[in-house]
Design a protein around this ligand. Structure first.
Ligand code: MG
Length: 339
């Protein structure tokens, strides 16, 4: 298979600010695999929190010398044979894994969800993210997000209680909050107790990763379910958290793609954990790849493509209730958007 990688620039409608950092442009790598006259699309949006970046990802993919050996219909064998400098980077691995799944589905003549044996009507609605901004802007963005029935509010600001209070005064939609590891355990307990009367569906990553015991203490002290995000990259990270959280946020870019994500979903289920599917700021290529797994998820947060104004691809879409609608074309079912 011929491999190519080229950079995509995705411009955000509003500055994407979370507790750690903010940006207006997201850069990802679009990966194409050519095989038997077919093109498989993949995308890498490297997980910065885990120390990966675009340059290292580009170098690792260029190190393949434009070739990937093997048959995409036997994608396990191809992924198992990736050179260590690629396998070490989960964003790069995810891009190849997604493109291989695209080709495998196309070769089988089936949309990826069918190839995976899934029921597309079981895909949940996606939440829509409200990034950190001055309170009045966050409220304006909530009003702007009228068509989205589920909101995810970024917190970890030092003014989290007034933010939730202000947002709750203008909407009765379910609210999820994401602290992105910003709180200490004491702050997490205090803030969650203060906001739980406003009706919070769950909180993502209230405290920094690495201390399951502290996570367990927070969980016992509050009435808001906890979903681990930064604490969980791959399947190995799940068992230590089994009785410390209520669920895990699985992202293709953290774990290395669809193959590992399926393993994580099965493991999380076997431990009685809820499954959330999340994303980075990505085009419809990577978002659609995650969307094909959405029938297996309790919660979807696959809005990276709708937060940008110039997504160059189309794939999974949203119905009037923001439920993910999976493409019926073979493979991933994405294609470049007509200008
Ligand atoms: Mg998160």
């Amino acid at each position: 298979m011929n491999v190519e990688a080229r950079q995509l620039e995705l411009h955000l409608r509003h500055t994407f600010r979370i507790s750690r950092w903010g940006f207006d442009v997201a850069r990802t790598l679009l990966v194409t695999l050519e095989h038997a006259g077919l093109t498989g699309f993949g995308e890498a949006a490297p997980p910065r929190f885990f120390g990966e970046d675009l340059e290292a990802t580009r170098r690792a993919l260029e190190g393949l010398g434009g070739r990937l050996e093997g048959d995409p219909a036997a994608l396990d064998a191809v992924l198992d044979a990736l050179p260590p400098q690629v396998a070490a980077l989960h964003g790069a691995t995810a891009a190849l894994d997604i493109a291989l799944h695209d080709l495998a589905g196309q070769l089988a003549g089936q949309p990826l969800w069918a190839w995976l044996g899934l029921d597309p009507s079981a895909a949940p609605a996606t939440s829509f993210t409200i990034a950190i901004a001055p309170v009045e802007q966050m409220v304006a963005h909530v009003r702007e997000a009228e068509r989205y029935p589920l909101l995810k509010i970024k917190v970890g600001t030092g003014r989290d209680v007034p933010i939730i209070e202000a947002i709750r005064s203008v909407t009765d939609k379910p609210l999820r909050v994401d602290a992105n590891a910003a709180w200490s355990p004491q702050q997490a307990i205090a803030h969650l107790r203060a906001i739980q009367p406003y009706g919070i569906e769950f909180v993502e990553q209230p405290i920094p990763p690495g201390d399951p015991e502290a996570m367990r203490r927070v969980r016992e002290a509050v009435d808001v379910p906890i979903i681990a995000d930064e604490s969980v990259a791959t399947a190995d990270d799940i068992p230590p958290l089994a009785d410390a959280v209520d669920g895990v946020n699985i992202k293709l870019m953290k774990c290395g793609g669809i193959r590992e994500a399926r393993k994580m979903i099965d493991l999380a289920r076997s431990l009685g954990l809820k499954v959330m599917l999340g994303c980075h700021i990505e085009s419809s290529v990577a978002i659609t790849a995650a969307a094909h797994l959405a029938p297996l998820a309790d919660y979807a947060d696959l809005d990276g493509n709708v937060l940008v104004v110039d997504d160059p691809f189309e794939g999974a879409t949203l119905d009037d209730g923001a439920r993910l609608c999976l493409p019926r074309r073979p493979g991933l079912g994405v294609r470049p958007r007509q200008a």
